[in-house]
Design a protein around this ligand. Structure first.
Ligand SMILES: O=C(O)CCC(=O)C(=O)O
Ligand SMILES: [Fe+2]
Length: 223
């Protein structure tokens, strides 16, 4: 076999998604991925360490560090009241611009992109055993889209409907560098991460083990 035509690096076909959901595989360059991975490790050294949030008394397997606003179920606060009480890091300007670029390229709607003002980021770290159950992102007052960036290991991402956790849903693989956006009629779709595939992170992404996912949101809150 001629390895020139090896298909290992060709992503699977892009699935048909419900209105408002957009999947842009390979959106981040290798350099951008490495840069974001470094930022994640800086954030993790910041005033609030990553922690598994308590959901109905159970600690999530995913460890989360927040920017702008601290998220805990089912509330945003400026201070990490359920961790160490410290105020979270500010939401950086460059991350607003990255979010706007993501909206522009995912939706083609330049006006929506210009108005997008994400003010909270949840940076999640998944080890090989971590997963995230089906849920809606509904603690935000704003219904502006959620922008999701994936780094490191590939995962199986389940994107469902707005009614319940069950079918219909679609499974897709989110790989390092992929962008996923959900807004409009898909803003409150249930979604989750059913599996992380260890050892699948590309060497260029700067993360040896595990997966990082960064979601950007507009909280709709002020001060
Ligand atoms: O890790 C992902 O791809 C999804 C993360 C997510 O749904 C969340 O942080 O609310
Ligand atoms: Fe979510």
């Amino acid at each position: 076999m001629n390895s020139l035509f090896d298909d290992a690096d060709i992503p699977p076909p892009v699935p048909e998604l419900p209105e408002g959901a957009h999947y842009l595989p390979g959106w981040l360059t290798a350099e951008q991925q490495r840069w974001l991975v470094h930022r994640f490790f800086e954030w993790a050294q910041g005033p609030v360490p990553p922690r598994g949030a308590l959901v109905r008394g159970h600690e999530m397997s995913v460890k989360t560090v927040c920017l702008g606003w601290h998220w805990r179920p089912y509330q945003y606060t400026r201070d990490a009241v359920d961790v160490n009480g410290n105020r979270v890091l500010d939401f950086p300007d460059w991350l607003i611009r990255l979010g706007q670029k993501a909206i522009a390229e995912a939706t083609g709607d330049a006006a929506a992109a210009a108005h997008y003002q994400p003010d909270a980021a949840l940076a999640n770290y998944y080890d090989e055993h971590a997963h995230m159950g089906m849920h809606q992102d509904r603690d935000e007052k704003s219904r502006a889209p959620v922008v999701s960036l994936s780094l490191g290991d590939t995962c199986r991402f389940r994107f469902g409907n707005t009614e319940n956790r069950n079918k219909p849903y679609q499974d897709l693989e989110l790989r390092s560098g992929d962008l996923f956006v959900f807004g409009g009629p898909s803003r409150l779709a249930y979604h989750g991460v059913t599996q992380v595939y260890p050892g699948t992170a590309p060497a260029h992404c700067g993360l040896d083990t595990g997966r990082i996912n960064i979601t950007l949101r507009e909280t709709g809150l002020s001060t």
